[in-house]
Design a protein around this ligand. Structure first.
Ligand code: KG4
Ligand code: ZN
Length: 340
């Protein structure tokens, strides 16, 4: 079943063609990140205006690079939420129009659930149920127990800022560019290289000992602000603070993920969303759950380019959760939760 996926929930405009939820025939993406770098973060209207400009060329590119036409597609999948309302509308209205004119089925996809399906792409060993699904993105941090496709229970999540948001906000305080995650990771790697084995314990680890699976990242932003306020930071200072921030966020995530694996004993562990691109996080996950580890769930992390927003896993998610809706019933929901 060939599905055309569309993703426009934040600042990417993406279209992909995916066969049977697994094989990527094409994967086109345009980003407006350069504009957001200039403004130090996303201004929603700027993102949506760019998406209006990029949407049709990106769809054309996805079709032409796979040598397919709309008539070859079985169904259209589109992210209907959560995300920025203007951005979501660009993708959803385009998909509705395409589905109506071509009389193809239209499948709305929850963006957060979609992230998890990046680990079903291009692999002979997809996750097994029950799986623990962890979505760590710019707007969300959620842990769910996945019992089957479409059957999720919420286990925990952030009480305030998302993990990616913590990277983005602290990066800004350190004078690093948007998006903050990759910038912090780069600066941190410089510090770690020069200071092997250095203790990184400057910033607090809220809720680390709590028995639930919740997170709180907003205190980190305040702690960084207090630390740097009024100081003229050298490049070395920035690198050190970046390493401290990365260590705090990654340790918090790892601790709760490990606790949840002990509690729920899943067959597979899925880590997805923009923050799963973080190399320190990936390295530590491999060390705890890699293939040599016995009696641990199998670890599934998307390849780097599928950690951040992309239409290929929106199409994959629609294949495994195939619930088409009449176009006039599909609506955007900026506040959709992972189990909604
Ligand atoms: O999933 P995503 O592309 O968009 C949302 O759905 O929000 O995630 C974007 C987030 C941003 O906060 C960005 O700073 C973070 O993912 N991110 C990273 C890395 N690459 C992207 N965080 C840490 N390390 C990275 N290498
Ligand atoms: Zn995302």
């Amino acid at each position: 079943m060939l599905i055309l996926g569309i993703e426009t929930s934040c600042d990417e405009t993406s279209c992909a063609l995916v066969e049977d939820g697994k094989k990527i025939l094409s994967d086109a993406i345009a980003t407006s990140a350069e504009i957001h770098k200039k403004t130090g973060g996303i201004i929603p209207e700027n993102a949506a205006r760019k998406q209006v400009e990029f949407m049709l060329p990106v769809i054309e590119e996805a079709l032409s690079s796979s040598h397919k036409e709309l008539s070859d597609i079985y169904a259209i999948a589109v992210t209907s939420g959560p995300g920025l309302i203007g951005s979501l509308l660009v993708g959803v209205e385009t998909a509705k129009t395409m589905a109506t004119i071509s009389k193809k089925p239209l499948v709305p996809v929850n963006h957060l659930v979609g992230h998890l399906y990046a680990t079903w792409l291009e692999t002979e060993n997809p996750p097994q149920f029950p799986a623990l699904g962890v979505v760590v993105s710019g707007g969300h941090t959620d842990i769910v127990l996945m019992k089957a496709h479409g059957k999720f229970e919420w286990v925990g999540g952030t009480r305030d800022d998302a993990a990616g948001e913590a990277f983005d906000k602290t990066a800004r305080l350190l004078g690093l560019p948007y998006p903050g995650g990759p910038a912090i990771s780069k600066a941190s790697a410089r510090y770690r290289e020069k200071n092997k084995g250095a203790k990184l314990e400057l910033f607090p680890r809220p809720l680390i000992d709590s028995t639930d699976f919740d997170f709180s990242f907003s205190g980190l932003k305040t702690a960084v602000l207090r630390e740097v306020e009024g100081k003229k930071l050298t490049e070395a200072d920035v690198d050190r603070y970046a390493a401290e921030v990365e260590e705090a966020i990654v340790m918090l995530l790892l601790t709760k993920v490990k606790k949840a694996c002990v509690r729920f004993n899943p067959k597979s562990l899925i880590i997805a969303g923009g923050v799963s691109a973080n190399s320190l996080f990936r390295h530590n996950l491999e060390a705890s759950f890699g293939p040599t580890k016995k009696d641990q769930p199998s670890l599934h992390i998307p390849e780097i380019k599928h950690c951040t927003d992309n239409a290929s896993y929106i199409a994959a998610c629609a294949f495994y959760n195939y619930q088409p809706l009449s176009p006039n019933k599909v609506q955007v929901n900026p506040n959709l939760g992972i189990t909604d």
